[in-house]
Design a protein around this ligand. Structure first.
Ligand code: HPA
Length: 277
């Protein structure tokens, strides 16, 4: 089926569910919650939860620590749509599957895209538990989510990526963090396809390329979000030292554990962003 038709069908279904529940039929902000951050979406009273299973063309995820549902909540007059259970290409999902949820949100009116993730720290000044605003990215996956027929209704064939992550959103977030004594750093995120973690030699190369942190998500969504003219904020939670930075093996469990421990700080920041932006 035509990709744009899938986006429209899923949007129509969400609109119908919002209507049945007496809610506004539009979305202002789409937030993708990374590893361990899913429970943040459950902290809002009066939210509407829709299982991915109940939506057409909404694939379900297979990664531990992710639940497949969207949560819609009104926060200070802004309708926020949270994606719990990020989809990754390494699970075998097509890029269209990975980026469809944010495109659906865009179709429902969302202009702001907040992407959160867990990442390995390459910059020697980073420690596990740090929050880092993504100021730019390097796409090292060798793939681009926009390959294929362009959906002209969404955006141009050759989108400009000279400011993927909105300087304004980043500066506003820095100010909010400072005012609330939450330490945030900023850095360049390098995207790899995964699912294996990197070798120490790869991490040394990434450092030379100018990367501060590494991860397996976010960049496909950021490219797609920019394509359909969204204002993007990216935040990484450093869950581990990248391979070879310290003499320690990497496990998904440790990554999730640090993500969980950092959730309170991350949630506080996200809450402030969503109420103040
Ligand atoms: N590498 C890639 N992806 C990651 C890492 C890492 O070290 N930590 C969390 N996600």
């Amino acid at each position: 089926m035509d990709e744009y038709k899938k986006i429209n069908e899923a949007s129509a279904q969400i609109k119908a569910i919002l209507n049945d529940n007496g809610c506004d039929q539009h979305v202002d902000t789409f937030i993708a919650l990374g590893s361990g951050l899913g429970p943040f979406a459950d902290t809002f009273e009066q939210s509407l939860k829709i299982s991915n299973k109940d939506l057409p063309h909404f694939p379900t995820t297979t990664v531990q620590g992710h639940a497949g549902e969207i949560v819609i909540s009104k926060i200070n007059d802004k309708v926020c749509m949270f994606q719990k259970g990020r989809l990754h290409a390494y699970e075998g999902h097509s890029y269209n599957d990975v980026i469809r949820p944010l495109r659906i949100a865009r179709n429902l009116g969302a202009k702001t895209l907040i992407l959160t993730n867990a990442a390995g720290g390459i910059n020697p000044s980073y420690s596990p538990g740090d929050l880092v605003l993504i100021k730019d990215h390097i796409n090292l996956s060798g793939r681009n989510p926009l390959v294929g027929k362009n959906i002209d209704e969404l955006g141009p064939r050759f989108p400009d990526l000279s400011e993927v992550y909105s300087y304004k959103l980043m500066n506003d977030t820095k100010k909010i963090a400072q005012d609330n004594k939450i330490l945030v750093k900023e850095g360049v995120y390098i995207h790899v396809s995964g699912p294996s973690y990197e070798t120490p030699a790869e991490i040394r190369m990434f450092a030379k390329l100018g990367a501060d942190m590494v991860g397996m998500s976010t960049v496909p969504e950021a490219i797609a979000g920019k394509h359909c003219d969204m204002n993007i904020l990216g935040i990484s939670c450093i869950t581990n030292y990248a391979a070879g930075i310290v003499n320690q093996k990497l496990t998904h469990e440790d990554v999730q554990d640090v993500a969980k421990k950092t959730m309170e700080k991350f949630s506080n920041l996200l809450n402030l962003i969503l109420t103040k932006l």
